[in-house]
Every structure is written in structure tokens, then in C-alpha cells.
Design a protein around this ligand. Structure first.
Ligand code: MN
Ligand code: MN
Length: 411
């Protein structure tokens, strides 16, 4: 957005309509906005805060007059996430420790350089992951011990059920970066069960007996946890698939989802969405997803989710959302690349593109199914007399509302 556009937006949003009565009463405003006209007066801030953060958060500087009441923040930027840098890559995470409201889903952003391996491991939570960049080879086994190995590119995703062991490896030309999400806000990527660490804490003679090997061949086993480590870029996928299939054969379960090989679930002038849940990705029984694009000028319509909290990751673009949380509380916050958002179950919200490019983000839910309730669709399927009496909108105008949930406006 150009500076003058941003200034214009901030000014109009902040000062249209009623000025805060407390400020007016205290004489802090020399004039007040009347009848929707622009006020000449701005309650300025003589003490300058962090200017770059202020510029990224126009709704914090000039909240809409409809915001009210003390809602905790529902945004955490990955830019502030603690980063663990290792040979071959890094990990950053946003969990309930960084973002108190995010109780159902935690997340980790991982970078692997070409050839680098996120070591063989497993964990007590399910893992859902979206490829942000590059190419990754993933391996796991199913509950029958059969192998699954595949390569994923940007925009594709995977899911590993809780307890099932897996590994990840960056491929050429430049490795990969991806966003992991886990079905427990309290989980940390630091708390995974690592093969290296397990072996370090198992008596060496027990390991030898377990593998039927001599102590001699175990001399080069790791003496400290690996987590991520550099390695060679692997050979052709089919070679790894064949080698891993062993005598059991390959798993019939598909742990990967080729997002953009499917048509959008819904597409209109305002945007498009791809729903990925256990209906089209059967293995994903604990996390349902919507992969969303809102076009410039478009808006993800007013809605809420009846079955789960919504965890969001903003991939690109700029947007804002207001969350209404009952008891007169509502707060508007601004989002851009790298921000995590979070909306509690049942809390209504919208997501508006406030930039000049597409706004792309992930919506994740700790559920086997994606569900939402659209305000438009609800009202269209309620007796018009009841709706008219509730909203004070005449029946002829109500007729013009979308009859089926538009998901995005304009349709
Ligand atoms: Mn994992
Ligand atoms: Mn939503």
C-alpha cells in the first residue's frame, strides 16, 4: 500500500463517525466528527512509539469506533518467534507460551537447506504441515509398518498421525521451508521423541542385542541429539520408495495432499478457498484446514465456526479482522506475512483484504471436519419477518442478500 493510501485509510477508519466521548469530554478534541463527515481534529500522540510497528497496525492506532471492551490480543508475529539455529536449518515456533489464547494448536516454522534432514522422530500430537517454499522429501510408516515416501513442493501439505515416526529432508535446488501445526497449543517442537536421543539414553549393550549387532559397529552412533543436521541431497524418489518398501510393500495410506491439483472448493470475485479435511484427505482426522485467498477489495464474509477454535497463518498480503466476543467486547487487528491469528470457537469474525495484492492465509481447526456458519446464509434461511424485526432492514432489501453462503464478498 502507498503511504498516502495508508494515511487515508487510517484517517477515515479512525475518525469517521463518533469520536470517543471520553476524549471529547476531556477537551482533547477540538472538534468532533458529525454526520459521517471527516473530523479536522486528530487526538495526536506527542510521544512516538515504535513507528514501524505502528505503521503495521493501523487498527491499533485508530481502532474502529465499534471496537470495545478488553479482548486479549489474537495475533503473534513469527518475526518475534524464538529461533533455534542448527547446522542445516532452523526452527521457530509459536505456541501457547507465546500466544496465550492459542490453546488448541501450536506451530513451528522450519527451514531445511538442500540435503539437510529433520531427524527420524515422533511425538504425542498429530502433525499437519504446509509447504511454504522449495521441495521436501517426507518419510513415515503406517500402523502396519508399511512405508510411505514422497516429495512435496510449495503449496502442498502432509499429515502424520500422533505417535507415527517420520523424517523430513530438504531437496534441491535450495531445500525447503514449511509451517508445521500440532493439535495441542502446549506442544513444542523441542519436545519430540528423537531417535538420536533415545539411543543416547539406552544402554549400548541393549542396542547391540536389539539389532543383533556387535558393539563394534555402534561406535559411530551420535553422542548428542541431532534434531536437524546437514546431509547429501537424496537420489531419485522411486529409488527411496523401493528401498523403504522392504519386504512389507508400500503403505496404501496417503499422508500427502496435492493442494493445487484439486479445483477450489469455492471461487468468486472476492476470493477462493480450498477445504482440506478428512472428507478429501482421510488421514487428517485431527486437523481440518481451509487454504484461503482473498482478492484485493474482497472480504471473507462475516461468519463463525461452531466446532473448533480457528488458528491462522498469514502467508502473504495484508488484511484485518474484527473478532466479536460477546459481553460487548470486540477488537480489530491487522495481519500480514508471517502473522499467526487465533479466533475462539463460536466467535464471529471477518477477514478483509486491506492491501493491493492477494491476501493468502491458512485456517486450521482441531477437528476432522471444516465447519462454518455464514451470517448471510443463516439470515437467508430464517423467516424474513423475524430477520426484518431483528435487524430493522426491510424485506425487499433482505431479498438481495446472498441465499447460499458466499464465503467471500463481493460474489
Ligand atoms: Mn514431527
Ligand atoms: Mn473463520
Amino acid at each position: 500500500m502507498r503511504d498516502d493510501e495508508q494515511e487515508d485509510r487510517v484517517t477515515r477508519r479512525g475518525f469517521l463517525g463518533a469520536a470517543p466521548s471520553g476524549l471529547a469530554a476531556a477537551g482533547l478534541l477540538s472538534t468532533t466528527a458529525i454526520g459521517g463527515q471527516e473530523s479536522a481534529a486528530k487526538p495526536n500522540d506527542p510521544v512516538t512509539n515504535n513507528q514501524s510497528l505502528d505503521a503495521e497496525n493501523p487498527d491499533a492506532i485508530h481502532p474502529p469506533a465499534t471496537d470495545a471492551g478488553g479482548l486479549p490480543p489474537f495475533k503473534y508475529p513469527y518475526s518475534l518467534g524464538e529461533k533455534f539455529v542448527l547446522d542445516g536449518g532452523w526452527v521457530r515456533e509459536v505456541t501457547v507460551r507465546e500466544m496465550a489464547i492459542a490453546k488448541t494448536i501450536s506451530s513451528a516454522q522450519i527451514r531445511l537447506s538442500a540435503g539437510a534432514i529433520r531427524e527420524l522422530h515422533w511425538h504425542s500430537v498429530s502433525e499437519w504441515s504446509f509447504m511454504l517454499y522449495g521441495n521436501t522429501r517426507i518419510t513415515c510408516i503406517d500402523s502396519d509398518g508399511k512405508s510411505f515416501v514422497t516429495d512435496l513442493k510449495q503449496g502442498e501439505l502432509w499429515y502424520f498421525p500422533a505417535g507415527m515416526p517420520h523424517s523430513l529432508q530438504g531437496l534441491g535446488p535450495d531445500g525447503s521451508e514449511f509451517m508445521l501445526a500440532f493439535d495441542d497449543g502446549n506442544f513444542s517442537e523441542r519436545e519430540t521423541a528423537l531417535l538420536s536421543e533415545w539411543m543416547i539414553h539406552t544402554p549400548r549393550d541393549v542396542i547391540a542385542k536389539n539389532f543383533g549387532l556387535s558393539d563394534q559397529v555402534l561406535q559411530k552412533m551420535p553422542t548428542k541429539p541431532l534434531v536437524i543436521f546437514p546431509s547429501e541431497v537424496p537420489g531419485p524418489l522411486k529409488d527411496d520408495q523401493q528401498a523403504a518398501a522392504g519386504v512389507r510393500g508400500r503403505s496404501p495410506v496417503d499422508y500427502a495432499f496435492r493442494t493445487f491439483e484439486q479445483p477450489p472448493t469455492k471461487s468468486n470475485k472476492g476470493g477462493e478457498v480450498r477445504i482440506v479435511d478428512s472428507k478429501n484427505f482421510p488421514v487428517a482426522t485431527r486437523i481440518a484446514a481451509a487454504i484461503v485467498t482473498v482478492h484485493p477489495g474482497g472480504m471473507r464474509e462475516l461468519h463463525w465456526h461452531p466446532n473448533a477454535d480457528e488458528w491462522q497463518f498469514f502467508i502473504s498480503g495484508k488484511g484485518r479482522q474484527t473478532v466479536f466476543a460477546t459481553a460487548g467486547r470486540a477488537r480489530t487487528m491487522d495481519f500480514e506475512t508471517g502473522d499467526v491469528g487465533y479466533v475462539p470457537l463460536g466467535a464471529p469474525h471477518y477477514v478483509e483484504n486491506t492491501g493491493s495484492a492477494d491476501l493468502r492465509f491458512l485456517e486450521l481447526f482441531r477437528s476432522n471436519l471444516y465447519q462454518d456458519v455464514s451470517l448471510n446464509e443463516w439470515l437467508a434461511n430464517t423467516p424474513p419477518a423475524v430477520v426484518a424485526a431483528n435487524l430493522g432492514i426491510d424485506k425487499a432489501s433482505l431479498e438481495k442478500l446472498p441465499k447460499v453462503k458466499p464465503v467471500f464478498m463481493p460474489e
